[in-house]
Design a protein around this ligand. Structure first.
Ligand SMILES: Cc1cc2nc3c(=O)[nH]c(=O)nc-3n(C[C@H](O)[C@H](O)[C@H](O)COP(=O)(O)OP(=O)(O)OC[C@H]3O[C@@H](n4cnc5c(N)ncnc54)[C@H](O)[C@@H]3O)c2cc1C
Length: 389
């Protein structure tokens, strides 16, 4: 297949999923969004709702009860993210460990973890970031030392979302394998492992509904059967997991941008200045037109990347498009949310209105799952290669 041939036309099933989730988001999720943000408490009721809707395997093959479609997954995330960043995040947090185990796990690991993740009986988290290295995954210092029957892991991790409630955490650590010193592997560290401490949750300005904590691993024993994939393949697995989830982060961006447009449009239609509705001023109308135009452009890029995933694309050219989708959609989310706050005037700064929540959450999207500078590096490397002498 030639890169760039895929396009996306939503199927009837995808439209059904979008409309169903749009309705549930409006009727059940939107009402909780502000409260989740202000209390910064994990929204178990939203997790239960997603479980009830049977969404935990949506992007995955039919044999797990899914649709095998990244496009469907993006539609679900977009609709939830339009009203509540945190609820959309809960869904993604269930999908990422599922996707990593599905892609790299042994048959035994798949059997042990996937049915329970699918049913929402267990939860996972993923931890690559450390206090001294986030973007530079290869710079991690957490070490896994070979011992009889498995590994002993020691090190400090930072910014691990969902770790406070996860039953297991996929921890990236450096191993010393023959001929490949310092290769990185992913270990399934069970929550109750001796030597694992989950630290105090970060006080965050955005993404406040799902706690993010540091981890401390002190000689934690992980048996061989909990090494994900084959020894020495962990780094590749992490990168592939991130590549696959990039359209989904893009979908959170367009959902957030659309939600900001929804709120701003409603506000300016009722706000009056100089004897006219604010929505009547041409300067304001053009701002809204730009916000809608940028969001629609991002939407097209995100669904194109999702359609490429569904068509089985991989490799550097796909990685570049996936990075464009993540970067452009989340930069758009930041730009649109900033303009939306502007359209609210002083009310945009007040917590009486939801729009500042969109602004704070948009900033997080530009940083997580590879910052937008790192996405630009991936895109530029694909075009230019490395040209230094
Ligand atoms: C809310 C939230 C949740 C998170 N959840 C998780 C999680 O569940 N698991 C997990 O492992 N991590 C998680 N993270 C961490 C996140 O992945 C990292 O913050 C991110 O990868 C950036 O790393 P850093 O913060 O160490 O920034 P650094 O890598 O220190 O970067 C600092 C700045 O320098 C820029 N920069 C760095 N290198 C380059 C370069 N080569 N070229 C150009 N610019 C560069 C960066 O883009 C950034 O602007 C989370 C972060 C947040 C905010």
């Amino acid at each position: 297949m030639v890169i760039g041939e895929e396009s996306f036309v939503f199927t009837e099933e995808q439209i059904y999923i979008r409309d169903l989730i749009r309705r549930v988001a409006k009727e059940k999720v939107a009402l909780r969004a502000d409260q989740i943000d202000s209390s910064a408490e994990y929204p178990q009721d939203m997790f239960d709702l997603l479980q009830e809707l049977g969404l935990f395997t949506l992007p995955f093959p039919e044999r797990y009860g899914g649709t095998n479609s990244m496009v469907s997954a993006c539609l679900a995330i977009e609709e939830l993210g339009r009203v509540c960043y945190n609820t959309a995040y809960l869904l993604l947090l269930q999908w990422v460990p599922f996707g990593a185990i599905l892609a790299g796990g042994s048959d035994e690991q798949k059997e042990r973890f996937l049915p329970d993740l699918a049913a929402g009986r267990i939860r996972g988290a993923i931890s690559t970031t450390e206090p001294q290295s986030g973007s530079d995954v290869a710079g991690i210092r957490t070490k896994a030392t070979r011992v009889a029957g498995g590994y002993r892991i020691s090190g400090s991790k930072a910014w691990c979302t969902n770790s406070h409630i996860a039953d297991f955490i996929l921890v990236a650590a450096k191993t010393e394998s023959k001929g490949n010193e310092n290769s990185i592997d992913l270990f399934i560290v069970e929550r109750r492992s001796e030597g694992l401490t989950i630290g105090r949750a970060e006080k965050k300005m955005g993404a406040r509904g799902v706690p993010t904590c540091p981890l401390f691993l002190d000689d934690v024993f992980v048996q061989d059967s909990n090494v994900l994939g084959q020894a020495g393949t962990g780094f590749k697995l992490v990168m592939e997991t991130f590549n696959k989830s990039r359209p989904l982060i893009g979908a959170r961006g367009i959902g957030l941008a659309q939600g900001a447009i929804d709120h701003a449009s409603e506000y300016i239609k009722s706000r009056v200045a100089f004897g006219r509705n604010v929505a009547d001023f041409q300067g304001v109308r053009w701002m809204v037109a730009d916000m809608a135009m940028q969001t629609e452009a991002a939407r097209n890029l995100v669904y194109r990347a999702a359609a490429m995933t569904d068509a089985g694309e991989s490799g550097t050219e796909f990685a570049s498009i996936a990075s464009m989708a993540k970067c452009f959609a989340t930069d758009t989310a930041m730009k649109v949310a900033t303009d939306a706050v502007q359209l609210f005037g002083a009310s945009g700064i007040s917590d009486e209105y939801p729009i500042n929540r969109y602004f704070r959450d948009a900033k997080v999207l530009q940083i997580i799952e590879g910052t937008n500078q790192i996405q630009r590096n991936i895109i530029a490397n694909q075009i230019l290669g490395r040209v230094s002498r």
